[in-house]
Design a protein. Structure first.
Length: 208
């Protein structure tokens, strides 16, 4: 397979390494801000062994591919991205997380999302890709809008967080949306307003 399929301008998508990657991901999960943005659940520490097992369990899932997000410049692991594929509907549900704080707000997650969408529509021939994100993660929402996602619905008061209730926002992109977005020239510096941490509000836990 052409490796350029998994390469963007800032990032590349690779297989996860249970041994080395789990140790890095364990550090991410000590960060309560990471948990706040990443999961619709109470923050709690995850052990290296727990994360390692989740990565290993995903190794052979044809309809649930999971990728490590690494920097193109120095091969540094900074996050994960994955897809739940529904073959009967020819659609997928995407999730993404950026665990390294130094890479928040710098366009790396947006770039990785573009690579994943190219894989979903060009390689997997999907018709539609959707995601969910909590309303307080406004930078994430702007990032998704940049790559072509549109607002499709909202679950009101879905999450109790930071002393108040927050809506869960549903966003989606179709193949025709993606083709138009891919054909349009990108604005210089558009990746700089990047999402805080992760793509789909409640999303699948790391490697789950």
């Amino acid at each position: 397979m052409d490796n350029r399929l998994f390469t963007g301008e800032l990032t590349k998508l690779t297989a996860c390494n249970p041994e080395s990657d789990a140790k890095i991901m364990e550090v991410w999960h000590r960060d309560t801000e990471f948990f706040r943005l990443a999961y619709g659940r109470i923050a709690q520490p995850w052990s290296v062994e727990h994360i390692k097992k989740r990565i290993e369990n995903h190794g052979g899932e044809v309809n649930e591919p999971v990728f490590a997000i690494r920097t193109l410049a120095d091969d540094k692991l900074i996050g994960q991205i994955g897809l739940w594929i529904e073959p009967s509907q020819v659609e997928g549900f995407v999730w993404i997380l950026i665990g390294e704080r130094d890479y928040w707000g710098r366009g790396f997650g947006t770039d990785a999302m573009r690579v994943l969408l190219r894989y979903a529509f060009r390689e997997l021939n999907l018709h539609r890709v959707v995601l969910r994100v909590f309303a307080f993660n406004t930078r994430a929402i702007r990032s998704y809008e940049k790559v072509g996602y549109v607002h499709e619905g909202r679950v009101r008061n879905a999450l109790n967080r930071m002393g108040q209730r927050w809506d869960e926002v549903w966003m989606g992109i179709t193949r025709s949306d993606w083709e138009r977005q891919s054909a349009a020239p990108k604005n210089r510096g558009e990746n700089n307003d990047e999402y805080d941490n992760r793509s789909a509000g409640y999303i699948k836990p790391v490697g789950a």
